[in-house]
Design a protein around this ligand. Sequence first.
Ligand code: KIV
Length: 251
Amino acid sequence: MRTTENIVSYKGKKKIICLTAYNYLFAKLIDQTELVDVILVGDSMNEVLFGERNTTTISLDVMIWCARSVRKAVKNSMVVFDMPFGTFHTKDAALQNVVRIIKETDVDAVKIEGGKDKTEIIDAIVKIGIPVMGHIGLLPQRVRITGYRKQGKTEESAKSIIDDAKAVEEAGAFSVVLEAVDEKLAEKITQSIKIPTIGIASGEKCDGKIAVLEDILGITQPPPKHIKPYDNLAERIIEAVKKYATENGNK
Ligand code: KIV
């Protein structure tokens, strides 16, 4: 079973491999590889599984139910729970929701979107004994303001993201996701903080990478433009279902 100490110790030694999983079935398959360091029960499930147009409408109840099933399946990876929109807008709300998440799912850590503005909350969660993964750069929970643009392209926004990384580290996060951060900036941040950076759409120079499992399997509909698929499961499922239907009398 990977621990936060393991993840931190991998910085500079090996790439940290992270994938999302939203249910028992897929989490069990991923975990059997013993090659995935972190499984994130991501709020991206709202788009990928449930067809919503962004992550903000998912409920904590749904995510807790999914995380329980992932927890049951996983023996090797660290399981991280992505705190959904509206569950950590104040310190009290965050603490109350983290306690509920831990009691009902027994996950290993939580992930929080936000930088400087979330340090008090990260610190409070760590102080009650729950590890926190930070998430800076593009914040999908703020899509109404930011859109899905690459982050850190101007001097001002680059400085702000560097400040976020340092603030999150200081607040006690054990790692930080860099989403859609300019590649050179992601490299600079990776070199300037002690905790591992986990990149998504942020180039190759982070300490680790995170991807949505369904994207790399080639099953997400429509397929995302910037992710390399490692299979074409969507086509293979359609073919298998057609074969089943025709073989069983629907010609
Ligand atoms: O919800 C999610 O899947 C995420 C990752 C893509 C970082 O936050």
